[in-house]
Structure formats: structure tokens, C-alpha cells
Design a protein around this ligand. Sequence first.
Ligand SMILES: NC(=O)C1=CN([C@@H]2O[C@H](COP(=O)(O)OP(=O)(O)OC[C@H]3O[C@@H](n4cnc5c(N)ncnc54)[C@H](OP(=O)(O)O)[C@@H]3O)[C@@H](O)[C@H]2O)C=CC1
Ligand SMILES: CC(=O)C(=O)O
Ligand SMILES: [Mg+2]
Length: 415
Amino acid sequence: MSDFRQQALDYHSKPTPGKICIALSKPAESVTDLALAYSPGVAEPVREIAADPDAAYKYTGKGNLVAVISNGTAILGLGNLGPLASKPVMEGKALLFKRFANIDSIDIEVKHTTTEEFINTVASIADTFGGINLEDIKAPECFEIEQELIKRCSIPVFHDDQHGTAIVTAAGMLNALEIQGKSIGEATIVCLGAGAAATACMQLLVKCGAKRERIYMLDRQGVIHTCRDELTFHKKLFANNTDKRTLEDALDGADVFIGVSGPNLLPPEALKLMAPNPIVFACSNPDPEIKPELAHAVRDDLIMATGRSDYPNQVNNVLCFPFIFRGALDVRASQINDEMKIAAVDAIRNIAKEEVSKEVLAASNIGSLSFGKDYIIPKPMDPRLLKRVALAVAQAAIDSGVTAFKELPPGYMQD
Ligand SMILES: NC(=O)C1=CN([C@@H]2O[C@H](COP(=O)(O)OP(=O)(O)OC[C@H]3O[C@@H](n4cnc5c(N)ncnc54)[C@H](OP(=O)(O)O)[C@@H]3O)[C@@H](O)[C@H]2O)C=CC1
Ligand SMILES: CC(=O)C(=O)O
Ligand SMILES: [Mg+2]
């Protein structure tokens, strides 16, 4: 067994199995404490909440509690391995919520037979939480699941693989295009993968100025084009009226490659076909569409990003979901809308243009970082992400009217 594999297994199993646990936020030592915490004291908040459901935000952990919910049908780039196998990833998301945004989070893995059954299960438990982060649910079911839950729940429901990924991809892409001297409206974009992440990434890039007709999306059958007759509704959105059929056809002269598909699917030879100064986001986890070493060996003019922590330019939804939920929860937003997503894109990308603190450099094991080919996007442990993204998102929620808050709480996210 490789050293790293053993280290990863030990990390998850020792000294106690798993990555999260529940901690108490109130004293529970004396008989008086117990009388308040449990019977008879607990009856008082019960009566308050029965009279006014909003009181749950005052008397329970609801307002700072996010459920990370999966059915295990698209676990990272590992595929459909079932709900239980997704648990380490979901606990991982809970760890990240706590570490980066002090949000309490619990993982829930749902076994189901129909999409309706999954939706009903989540809708039935939604009131327990302040927000729902859907994770690693494959396309096309993920689209119906998210839309239906948004309709049925009064709390934010956010499919992280769609929108978290799209926000971070857009932030990194706008910066990478700026560094390579390319404009988003003129860029030819190849997207390998046509699932949850791909669809949302391309939709958000179009909102940021990309031209739909310059996007070539590919699935396992190759380029998605208008003559294909078996397309699902989400693939039709990006069907291109083109003669291009293969990845090589699409990459010929392209400016941007975005991989949200699976491991090692971009051959180095194909990368040679791209236009000068290309941008390659190989975002599949844990193994990217092309290894950075291989990509750099065939192109010395590219900007390279992956979804991993151990290479420069980590384009990963961890840069978004803890912070977007922080902002949404703090103003009790009823949903996470496009205005909030765009606010997050701008807040994330702007941090990369500023100086990096010694603490972040030390945590990144690196001597210096400045805006450029190897630093297009902030590091996840940059504390400015919490303040800036949450602030921008909360303000956008207020401005777009998805919260009863008329203004930010006094001093919100100020130093
Ligand atoms: N870095 C990040 O932050 C994130 C990265 N990802 C990565 O994106 C990938 C997809 O995730 P997600 O969208 O949730 O999953 P989905 O199951 O919704 O979509 C997977 C897509 O990849 C396509 N695909 C798979 N294998 C191939 C192949 N050999 N050739 C061409 N296309 C292929 C599928 O094609 P078809 O439609 O034909 O089945 C499908 O369109 C994963 O690797 C995941 O790790 C996802 C979210 C965040
Ligand atoms: C990062 C992530 O959410 C994924 O790869 O699925
Ligand atoms: Mg995911």
C-alpha cells in the first residue's frame, strides 16, 4: 500500500473513526443544568416554537446548522458507489463548513429507489436545518431534485457540485483570462463532462459573458451537437450547431479546457492543439483530466488548475460553499439566488489580486504568492474568504429581497 493511501486511511480511522463529532454548547454538569437542558426546562422553548416556528432560530441550533445530503450517485469523480461510500466525503464537507465558516454541519446519506422518494425524504427533514447542501448527486436527477426542493423548502437549498463549482470556476476563469490577455466573450471553451458541474459552470460563464456558440461541451459520446437526437434537456442547452465530433476536433484552436468528467481523459497530444496561452482547468477529483506535470511538459504557455490541494491553483468548491452559506445563514436568506452567486464570484476573484499574509503562505508551504499563472485564485485557508464572500453574499441577499433583513447586522464581518 502506498504511503499516502495508508496515511489517508489512518487519518480517517485514528484515534477515533471519522472526521466530525458533536460538541455541547451549554453546561450539563449539575442537576440544575439538567433541569434546564432537559425536563422540565426544555418544555419552555418547545412551547415558544409551537407558537412561532421562527423561535427555532432563537432557541435551537437550526440557524447555524447545515445538512450535507447525498445519495452517492456521483462521488467526486469516482462515480455511483452508493450512499454509504459517500459518507467520508460528506463528513469532509462538514469538516470544511466548521473549519472555514464555523457552521455546524451533519452528513445525511439517503438510500432511495425513485427521485421522488429522495425529494420527499429531504423535504420531510428540511425544517431541522438552516440550510441544505446537496452533494455528489448525478445529473440529470440532480436538477429536478434541487429545483423541487427549492420550491418546497423555506431555507436555502444549494447543490454544491453545480453552483459551488460554477462560482469558483468563474472566479478562477475570469482571472486566468485576464492574465492570458483573453476576453471571455471571444474565448472558445471546451467543457469535457456534461453533468451537474459542467452544466452549471457553463451557465454561469455565459452569465459572465461567455458566448454559448463558442462553447463545446462533450459527454461520453463526444461533442454535444444539434444533430444528436438522444439529448436530455440539460445537454440540449449546450448543443452546438457544429461539425466537430471528437475532443481533438473541439480542442483545435480552443482557448479554454474545463474538465469536470473523470480521470486522465485529456491526452497530452490533444493539449498541443489548443491556441497559444491556453487555460486548462482539470477539475475532476481526486484525479484530474490531465496531470499538471504532463500538461506542463507539452505546453509552457498554459495556466493550469486542478481540484486538488497539492498543486497550485485549486479550483474547488471549498472556496465557496462554507462562505456562501455563512452569508446566507447570517441574514436568514430564503434561497441562494444568482445575485448572491455573482457577488461570491467577484469577492473570491478579487482576493487573488491582493497581498497574501505570512500565515497563509506558511499554511500553503510556499515562500511567496502573487497574482499570476500559478496564483489565479485564493487559497482555501485565506481568512479574507470568510469575511469578503459572506459579506458580499449577505448584502446581495438583502439587495435582491430574499431576506426579511433590511440591512446587515451592525459591524457584520468587519475587522
Ligand atoms: N473541482 C471541483 O470543485 C469539482 C469537481 N467536480 C468533478 O467533476 C466531475 C463530474 O462531477 P458531476 O458533474 O457531479 O457528475 P455527473 O455524474 O453529474 O456528470 C459526469 C459527467 O462526466 C461525463 N463523463 C464521465 N466520463 C466521461 C468520459 N470518459 N468522457 C466524457 N465524458 C465523461 C459524463 O458523461 P455522460 O453524460 O455521457 O454520462 C457526465 O456528463 C467529477 O470528477 C468531480 O470530481 C465536481 C464538482 C466540483
Ligand atoms: C469537490 C467536489 O465536490 C467534487 O469533486 O465532487
Ligand atoms: Mg462534490
